[in-house]
Design a protein around this ligand. Structure first.
Ligand code: MSP
Length: 518
C-alpha cells in the first residue's frame, strides 16, 4: 500500500470574504498534494473554515445575522474559492461539524486526564482580531497611547473565570522537540523566533471563555466554551478520524505537513504540540510557515482599497496563470508581492512565450505537415539524446525542490528544460528541414514531442488544467511522475497510430486589464 502523506492548510476565518492571501496558501498546499500524489503517495489533503470565536460572533451580530446562518453563508465563499482554484482537497472541514465537536471534546478530556487543565480567573489582554491572548510585555503603543498587539491589532482587557492549560509545564519538552527535530519548524527564521519565545518562559494559557457561547462546549463545565484555537487546531485530528476511526488515525496521523502563514506560527509550534503531548498523541512531522502576500509591496487592507478577490484574478487571467505566478514568483517562506502587471509579465514570458509556444509550434507543425501522425524514427543525432538528458535533469530538479517545498526553485529548474528545448529548436530548425532533410526533421520533432510530454508531466501539480490539455493533445495518458522517463511511450503511441489534432493554444498571451493598469 502506498505511503501515506497527510497535508493540511490553516483553516480560514470566514468572517470576511476570502482574499488572495487565503488563495495563496490553498494553491501552495494543492501543488504539494498533487506532487506527492503524482509521486505515488497516498495523500490526504484537508482545508476548511474556522468558524467559532468572538470575531465570528461579533461580525454576525454587526450584520444582523444569526451566527450559524452567517457562518454557513461565509464558509461557502471559501469552498467556492477552493473549487475555482482547482484545489484537490479530500475534505473541506467546517468546525461546526458534529465529528469535530466530538474530537475537540475528546482531546479536552485527554488533557484534563493528564492533569493539565485547572480553573482560575483570567485577567489580561485579548485581541479579537487575532483571537489571541497577549502578555502585557508584548504589547506596543499605538496612536494616542492605545495599546496594540504585536500584530498591530486592538486589544481589550478581559477578566473572567476560565480553564487554564499548563503550558508552562511544556517549556522543556518543547525545547527538546525543537532540538531533536530541527525540521519541525520551517523556515529557519520562524524556528529562531519560536525558540526565543519559548526560551523566554511560557505562561499557562487560558483555554475557555464564559462571556459568549459561540464555541465548542467544554465537557461537564456549563457556561464554558473552548477558546477558539483549541478547537481550531484540533481540526487536523478530526480530519484524520480522531477519536473513533482507529484505522484512519493509524494511517494518517501524525500529519506530515501543516502549511500555515507566518502570523500563526506560535499557535502551531508551541500550543499545538503542547496540547498533543498532554493528550499523549504523536506530533505532526513539520510545520511550514509561508510568508505574506503583499499587493505591490503593501499590506492588503480594506482602508487602502487594495484587497483583491481571487475571483477577479481568475476571471482576468485564468486559474492556472494565477497558480503559476504565485508559486513561481514567491520564494516559498518569504513574503512576496503581486500585481496585475507582474502576473502578465511572468506568465507571458514563461508560459505563453516559452512552454506554450514550444508545445503549440511543435504540435501544429506536426498536425499541418504530417497530417498529425507521430513522426517516424528518422535520423538521430547526439543533440537529441543531449536534449532529453537536459529535460531529465530539469524535471529531477523540479522534483527535488518540490520535495523540499521549494516550489519556485523547482519551477526555475523546469524552465531550464523549456529553454533547452527552445535552443534546440533554433539550432535544429525543423521547419527548414522539411524540404531539405525530412528524415532529420522526423527525429527532431519526435525528440520535441518526448520533451514536451516530460515537461508537461512535471508541471502538472502547478498548472493541472493546462498541462493536462497539452498531454491530451499528444495522447499521453500516464501522468504519474514514475512514468516520466518511460522511453517506450513514444514508440507505443506512434505504433498505436495516435493522431495529433490541430492544437488550440493552451497558454494564451495575457493582456493587462484596463482597470488594473492604474
Ligand atoms: N483561523 C486561523 C487559523 C486556524 S488554523 C488551526 C486563521 N485564519 S485566517 O483566515 O486569518 O488565516 C488563514 C491563513 O491565511 C493563515 O495561515 C494566514 O497566515 C494566511 N493568510 C492570511 N493573510 C495572508 C496574506 N496576506 N498572505 C499570505 N497568507 C495569508 O489565522
Amino acid at each position: 500500500m502506498a505511503d501515506p502523506y497527510y497535508i493540511t492548510t490553516a483553516i480560514h476565518y470566514p468572517n470576511g470574504r476570502p482574499h488572495i492571501g487565503h488563495a495563496y496558501e490553498m494553491i501552495a498546499a494543492d501543488a504539494i498534494a498533487r506532487f506527492q500524489r503524482q509521486a505515488g503517495r497516498d495523500v490526504r489533503f484537508q482545508t476548511g473554515t474556522d468558524e467559532h470565536g468572538l470575531k465570528m460572533a461579533q461580525t454576525a451580530r454587526a450584520q444582523g445575522m444569526e451566527t450559524r446562518a452567517f457562518a454557513d453563508k461565509m464558509s461557502s465563499y471559501f469552498s467556492d474559492m477552493a473549487s475555482a482554484l482547482n484545489i484537490s482537497y479530500d475534505r473541506f472541514i467546517r468546525t461546526v461539524e458534529a465529528d469535530h465537536y466530538t474530537a475537540s471534546q475528546t482531546i479536552w478530556r485527554a488533557m484534563q486526564a493528564s492533569g493539565d487543565l485547572y480553573l482560575d480567573r483570567y485577567e489580561g489582554w485579548y485581541s479579537v482580531r487575532d483571537e489571541a491572548f497577549y502578555d502585557e510585555k508584548e504589547l506596543v503603543d499605538g496612536e494616542g497611547g492605545q495599546k496594540l498587539s504585536p500584530q498591530g491589532t486592538p486589544v481589550e482587557w478581559t477578566a473572567e473565570e476560565t480553564w487554564f492549560f499548563r503550558l508552562s509545564k511544556y517549556q522543556q519538552p518543547l525545547l527538546d522537540l525543537y532540538a531533536s527535530n530541527p525540521d519541525f519548524i520551517r523556515p529557519e527564521s520562524r524556528r529562531n523566533e519560536v525558540l526565543r519565545f519559548v526560551e523566554g518562559g511560557l505562561s499557562d494559557l487560558s483555554v475557555s471563555r464564559t462571556s459568549f457561547d459561540w464555541g465548542v462546549p467544554v465537557p461537564d463545565s456549563p457556561g464554558h466554551v473552548m477558546y477558539v484555537w483549541v478547537d481550531a487546531l484540533t481540526n487536523y485530528l478530526t480530519g484524520a478520524g480522531y477519536p473513533d476511526d482507529a484505522a484512519m488515525m493509524a494511517r494518517y496521523w501524525p500529519a506530515d505537513l501543516h502549511l500555515i502563514g507566518k502570523d500563526i506560527t506560535r499557535f502551531h509550534t508551541v500550543y499545538w504540540p503542547a496540547f498533543l503531548m498532554s493528550a499523549n498523541l504523536p506530533l505532526p512531522r513539520q510545520v511550514f510557515a509561508h510568508g505574506f502576500l503583499l499587493h505591490r509591496g503593501e499590506k492588503m487592507s480594506k482602508s487602502l482599497g487594495n484587497v483583491v478577490g481571487p475571483d477577479e484574478l481568475i476571471d482576468a487571467f485564468g486559474v492556472d496563470a494565477v497558480r503559476y505566478f504565485l508559486l513561481r514568483e514567491v520564494s516559498f517562506g518569504q513574503d512576496g508581492s503581486y500585481s496585475a502587471d507582474a502576473i502578465v509579465t511572468r506568465v507571458n514570458a514563461e508560459l505563453a512565450n516559452s512552454f506554450g509556444n514550444l508545445a503549440q509550434r511543435t504540435l501544429s507543425f506536426i498536425a499541418k505537415n504530417l497530417g498529425g501522425t507521430m513522426p517516424a524514427e528518422g535520423r538521430g543525432d547526439p543533440a537529441d539524446a543531449m536534449l532529453i538528458e537536459e529535460i531529465v535533469v530539469a524535471c529531477a530538479g523540479l522534483r527535488t525542490a518540490f520535495d523540499d517545498l521549494m516550489m519556485s526553485q523547482g519551477i526555475e529548474a523546469w524552465m531550464r528544460g523549456v529553454f533547452a528545448c527552445n535552443q534546440y529548436i533554433d539550432a535544429q530548425a525543423p521547419w527548414a528541414l522539411r524540404k531539405t532533410d525530412p528524415e532529420r526533421m522526423h527525429a527532431v520533432l519526435r525528440t520535441l514531442v518526448r520533451a514536451i510530454r516530460m515537461l508537461a508531466i512535471a508541471i502538472l501539480p502547478v498548472v493541472p488544467n493546462s498541462a493536462g490539455k497539452v498531454l491530451d493533445q499528444i495522447g499521453a495518458e500516464a501522468r504519474d511522475h514514475a512514468a516520466i522517463d518511460d522511453d517506450g511511450w513514444y514508440a507505443r503511441q506512434a505504433a498505436a497510430g495516435f493522431v495529433i489534432a490541430p492544437p488550440t493554444p493552451v497558454f494564451p498571451r495575457l493582456e493587462l486589464p484596463v482597470a488594473a493598469e492604474a
